[in-house]
Design a protein around this ligand. Structure first.
Ligand code: SAM
Ligand code: DTB
Ligand code: SF4
Length: 339
């Protein structure tokens, strides 16, 4: 079932070593493969790189909601769009800690704090540093997504114990200005460089289903896979179409096209946690199973993403059980004697 002449696209991974460069054309060749061949190739890479086969459960919390000055066309938190999201100020440490503890009790190992900022001020970073220290103290991995960062701000977050910084490239450079006009692609790359230089793990991915062409999906993967080194975490989001946002009426992409994006992310970034991210409510269980087959090994876990819904915790626990998949455990959990 293989297509024509096989291009040598899968290079065996050496953890910690950068891959690439990947051309957009080579990625398009992968995306266009017969689905079963592509998923088989991705699953082969996945098994080589993640023999334990576990699924990371990461819980999101919007610690500062709405009123954002940016105009990202997909986002319900932009002040420019009438989406019904009420702006709220930064949450207090004890409230965040309660949410983090509940997430941990439910089985999450990573806790991601999101803020609807274009770029935090230094005093915002100081407050988020307190949140990070508190959450880290529980034994959870910490992740934050706060908008654009200056190098000294990234350093401050690293000193507070931040494990991951999420900052998405969202789409290909050629399609970016169709989606966001208040910042440039290069701004995103600059923040990613500051995060990397501070020694924080990079979580960077994108969104599909925003009206982009297939070449833009290939272009996004090329950008991600050619980062030196490629991100440790790669969220692939399916657009959550929120009424009031400019992209609310986008044509949803075919579910198999979404699976293809997961597979190609796995093949081109073999050691990354590929995150089956926003949009799972619309995907259904069978497509999610196919995404795990294609190499996804992280999900957002909890009844809410930032401001929109996510599958119920109970439904996710059942899904993993039905598929015979284990949730990732922390070092601490692995060391605990079985009850
Ligand atoms: N303000 C920060 C920023 O833009 O980097 C952090 C929060 S922002 C909500 C985090 C990411 O969520 C965005 O980069 C985008 O990729 C994703 N996102 C936002 N709205 C979405 C939607 N409706 N559907 C899918 N993903 C979305
Ligand atoms: C990511 O790539 N997806 C998450 C997380 N990183 C921060 C956010 C998804 C947001 C979906 C719409 C919402 O609830 O605001
Ligand atoms: Fe603001 Fe981030 Fe939403 Fe863009 S994605 S409007 S920067 S919160």
């Amino acid at each position: 079932m293989t297509v024509g002449a096989e291009v040598t696209l899968h290079r065996p991974a050496k953890p910690g070593r950068a891959h690439g460069p990947w051309s957009v054309e080579a990625i398009q060749v992968l995306l266009d493969k017969p689905l079963m061949d592509l998923v088989y190739q991705a699953q082969t890479v996945h098994r080589e790189q993640f023999p334990e086969g576990d699924i990371e459960l990461a819980t999101l919390l919007s610690v500062k909601t709405g009123g954002c000055p940016e105009n990202c066309g997909y986002c319900p938190q932009s002040a420019e769009f009438d989406t019904g999201v009420k702006a709220q100020k930064l949450m207090e440490v004890d409230e965040v800690l309660r949410a983090a503890k509940a997430a941990q009790d439910a089985g999450a190992t990573r806790f991601c704090m999101g803020a609807a900022w274009r770029a935090p001020k230094d005093r915002d970073v100081e407050k988020v540093a307190e949140l990070i220290e508190a959450v880290k103290g529980l034994g959870l991995q910490t992740c934050a997504t706060l908008g654009m960062l200056e190098p000294h701000q990234a350093q401050a977050l690293k000193s507070a114990g931040l494990d991951y910084y999420n900052h998405n490239l969202d789409t290909a450079p050629e399609y970016y200005t169709d989606v966001v006009q208040t910042r440039q692609y290069q701004d995103r790359l600059d923040t990613l460089a500051a995060v990397r230089a501070a020694g924080i793990n990079v979580c960077c991915g994108g969104i599909v289903g925003m009206g982009e062409e297939p070449v833009h999906r290939a272009g996004l993967i090329a950008q991600l896979a050619n980062l030196e080194p490629y991100p440790e975490s790669v969220p692939i989001n399916s657009l959550v179409r929120v009424p009031g946002t400019p992209l609310a009426d986008s044509e949803p992409i075919d579910a198999f096209e979404f699976v293809r994006m997961i597979a190609v992310a796995r093949i081109t970034m073999p050691r990354a946690r590929v995150r089956l991210s926003a949009g799972r409510q619309q995907l259904g269980e069978a497509v999610q199973a196919l995404c795990f087959m294609a190499g996804a090994n992280s999900i957002f876990y909890g009844d809410k993403l930032l401001v929109t819904g996510n599958p119920d915790v109970e439904a996710d626990v059942q899904l993993l059980r039905k598929l015979g998949l284990q949730a990732r455990r922390t070092q601490q959990q692995l060391e605990e004697p079985c009850a």
